[in-house]
Design a protein around this ligand. Structure first.
Ligand SMILES: NC(=O)c1ccc[n+]([C@@H]2O[C@H](COP(=O)([O-])OP(=O)(O)OC[C@H]3O[C@@H](n4cnc5c(N)ncnc54)[C@H](OP(=O)(O)O)[C@@H]3O)[C@@H](O)[C@H]2O)c1
Length: 334
């Protein structure tokens, strides 16, 4: 394939008339530094993409920025012999879509040291149905299991269950034989959550309630929390003795009002989860797990909304408003 001259791309940044989101034809030599040029087949939409698309989100670190923290596609140029032209790759983390142009573009120029060769059993579409959100879910489950969680330990709570991280966590935990309790603020999606693996649904109002009590009934053998704030404080109060919560997100707030009691009387653990700076070798290993023992069975059968760059702005507003269900994919060639 000849190198294209331009890449159709969704950019955000300051203009004379204020902050703007635009679809533009970006000259290919303005895609940034990197030894590999990837034809993007799919990107996905993450909460972080929503934040990066707004001035107040204070996430975009170049201006203009082609957003898209996730991408998967085919190598069309490479000066690294480990990444052959025609091979499929996944790119995410390392501030792609934040400080370096990302996946909301027909082409992306990237450092090969950031790229994961597509594992057998996944393709660009399924990899992006998982994306950073699913990778974060996988990191969370891995951390909980390393801290002692086993199928049969008891119910595992997933908060923000209809979102990207939450919905993939529900599917992965169910696949591994856990009893999954899904907390959601969207009761209309209860049946869908059961279909992808939840055995019980509880209302977000319950898991985000504030309480003066330092401890409540021991309930959860583990928790995957991407909500933070009052929800994380609720989890501390209700984890069983010696159990852990893997915390990755902040859709419910950044502050936590808690006491030390759950830690010093019940020995509960807070496991911090970061998907951005995972070194490349453990990142590749985690994607191998995602392609095998953590691969949600519903991936291939689940219908997924696929949009073009022109519809991105609306979807970014939707994820910021907490209204998205599961994953929405972006095909920049539509
Ligand atoms: N640490 C990392 O490396 C990492 C990686 C990926 C994502 N994250 C973070 O994880 C979080 C989720 O990301 P995502 O892409 O899954 O976002 P998402 O698709 O928007 O999912 C977030 C979910 O949180 C729930 N929610 C929204 N507003 C809420 C509120 N005010 N209070 C309580 N729950 C609320 C909603 O689920 P329900 O309606 O079902 O309750 C929503 O679907 C974000 O904060 C993101 O920045 C962190």
């Amino acid at each position: 394939m000849n190198t294209p001259n331009t890449s159709r791309a969704f950019t955000v940044g300051k203009t004379e008339s204020g902050w703007a989101r635009k679809v533009v034809d970006m000259p290919i030599d303005q895609l940034g530094e990197g030894d590999v040029l990837v034809q993007v087949e799919y990107s996905g939409i993450n909460f972080k993409d929503g934040l990066a698309s707004t001035e107040s989100g204070r996430i975009a670190r170049i201006d203009p920025l082609i957003g898209g923290v996730d991408l998967a596609g085919k190598v069309i140029e490479s000066s690294n012999s480990n990444f052959k032209v025609g091979s499929s790759v996944i790119g995410h983390g390392y501030d792609i879509g934040v400080a370096h142009h990302g996946g909301f573009s027909q082409y992306a120029r990237l450092q090969s040291s950031w790229l994961v060769p597509m594992p057998a059993g996944l393709d660009s579409r399924t990899a992006m149905m998982i994306g950073t959100a699913g990778y974060t879910a996988a990191l969370s489950i891995d951390a909980l299991e390393k801290a002692g969680l086993k199928p049969g330990s008891g119910p595992v709570l997933v908060t923000g269950a209809t979102g990207g991280v939450g919905s993939v966590a529900v599917g992965m935990l169910a696949l591994r034989g856990y009893e999954v309790v899904a907390s959601t603020g969207k009761p209309e999606n209860a049946e869908w959550l059961k279909k992808i693996g939840a055995s019980e649904i509880i209302d977000r109002a319950e898991t985000s309630a504030e309480s003066p009590k330092p401890l409540e009934r021991e309930r959860w053998a583990g928790a995957v929390d991407c909500v933070g704030g009052a929800t994380l404080a609720y989890i501390f109060r209700t984890l069983k003795y010696g159990c852990s919560v893997a915390a990755s997100g902040l859709t419910g707030g950044t502050g936590i009002s808690t006491t030390v009691m759950p830690f010093i009387l019940r020995g509960v653990n807070l496991l911090g989860i970061d998907s951005v700076q995972t070194p490349i070798e453990p990142r590749k290993a985690m994607w191998q797990r995602i392609a095998t023992d953590l691969k949600p069975t519903w991936l291939e059968t689940q219908s997924v909304e696929i949009i073009g760059l022109g519809d991105l702005s609306e979807q970014l507003d939707k994820i910021l408003a907490g209204k998205m269900r599961g994953r929405v994919l972006v095909n920049p060639h539509l």
